[in-house]
Design a binder for this molecule. Structure first.
Ligand code: PAD
Ligand code: ZN
Length: 362
């Protein structure tokens, strides 16, 4: 099957014909229909984060089950699925206490399947999986526990976005921060995930939703997704603008959706006493955050967030129902649809701030 392989950081992806071994116990073979191009993949290409290589990246995907391995009971060939970049085992202490996004299984993957081996190879060379998914290939072998079955009338290309950007962005508002109606919310970084934080804030009934970005096109997108105010961080004083908009109080919540320690500090500074800052962006390994503890002393909360604190099998079908009921925007998120062969230009466009979300359609 055709797949995009990352051999080394700072190098473009290479389209290869890889061998994909069939599914083993509790694994399935999925025909990928579409995959979103997320900044988390780009972090590995740019060396911000390390991963065993070579690797087939891609963690925001949807598809159709082609074949099931021994012992699989959750799904059948023909089922439509969104892929979760965290497998949820249902048995570890995190899963049983409702913290499925933190499941132990996630930390067993380490670039392989859950049994510690890989199904991907290029001739004699082993190729690694990414988050147990590797959606930048025509097919993927994934753990049964990474599957989320979805309704069949939902368009499978758009469903890919549910697998990361939507679940993360909307979830960070609803599950992580639990934003209350009438709140003021600052969203720093209006990209693929940030736009979903914005629409999550709309769903939560936020009163003011202040989008902050450095590109005019991103801010225009933000308005379309429900932002009430936009702040151009390339030319405006973000703190002064938030102060004005919130009548001097500053915001109840701030979300950092870039992956920059400067932006985390900026997010913290935009919150009022008792306010909450949520770090959604993924910072480079080894980054250090410097904050004045006095600031936190005033009942401020600083939170991390992985995968929108979601339970994929409960939250993703719910998000899809909202989309089908026209209460959630997905079509507008997709600003480019490309073939796998053009994946490097999708990453360039993401890096240059030209797209909300690009998807690869197979
Ligand atoms: P993106 O590139 O689509 O969005 C980032 C946005 O930030 C862009 O619109 C940029 O223009 C904007 N930006 C850059 N610098 C600044 C600045 N100084 N001030 C204001 N805006 C700026 O990326 P994305 O939305 O795909 O991902 C965003 C981050 O979220 C990234 O770090 C990614 O790895 C992380 C992420 N986290 C999770 C999670 O589980 N926590 C999941 C998915 C993505
Ligand atoms: Zn992602």
């Amino acid at each position: 099957m055709k797949a995009a392989v990352l051999y080394e950081k700072f190098q473009p992806l290479v389209i290869e014909n890889l061998e994909l071994e069939g599914p083993k116990e509790h694994e399935v073979l999925v025909k990928i229909t579409a995959s979103g191009v997320c900044h988390s993949d780009l972090h590995y290409m740019k060396g911000d984060r390390e991963h065993p290589m070579p690797v087939v990246l891609g963690h925001e995907g949807a598809g159709i089950i082609e074949e099931i391995g021994p012992g699989v009971t959750y799904a059948q060939p023909g089922d439509h699925v969104v892929l979760s970049f965290v497998p949820t085992c249902g048995r570890c202490s995190y899963c049983v206490k409702g913290r499925q996004n933190l499941c132990e299984a996630r930390y067993q993957l380490r670039g392989n399947m859950l049994d510690g081996t890989t199904r991907l190879r290029n001739g004699s060379q082993e190729v690694h999986h990414f988050n147990g998914l590797s959606t930048f290939g025509e097919y993927a072998v994934v753990p049964e526990d990474s599957l989320v079955k979805i309704r069949e009338d939902a368009p499978l290309d758009r469903m890919a976005l549910i697998g990361c950007g939507v679940a993360t962005g909307v979830g960070s508002v609803i599950n992580t921060a639990k934003v209350k109606p009438g709140s003021s919310v600052v969203v720093i970084g209006a990209g693929g995930v940030g736009l979903n934080v914005i629409q999550g804030a709309v769903l939560a009934g936020a009163e003011a939703i202040i989008a902050v970005d450095i590109y005019g096109n991103k801010l225009e997108n933000a308005l379309q997704f429900g932002a009430t105010h936009m702040v151009d961080a390339s030319g405006e004083d973000v703190l002064e603008r938030v102060k004005d908009i919130t009548r001097g109080e500053m915001a109840d919540y701030a979300f950092e959706v870039i992956g920059s320690t400067d932006a985390i500090n900026q997010a913290l500074a935009t919150t009022k006493r008792g306010g909450t800052t949520v770090v959604v962006g993924v910072t480079p390994t080894g980054a250090e955050l410097k904050i004045d503890p006095d600031f936190l002393h005033l009942d401020r909360i600083l939170m991390g967030c992985t995968y929108g604190s979601c339970y994929p099998r409960a939250d993703m079908p719910m998000l899809i129902d909202l989309y089908m009921a026209r209460r959630l925007k997905l079509d507008e998120l997709i600003s480019a649809t490309l073939k796998l062969e053009d994946i490097n230009s999708a990453f360039e466009a993401l890096d240059q701030g030209e797209v909300a979300r690009a998807i690869i359609r197979y």
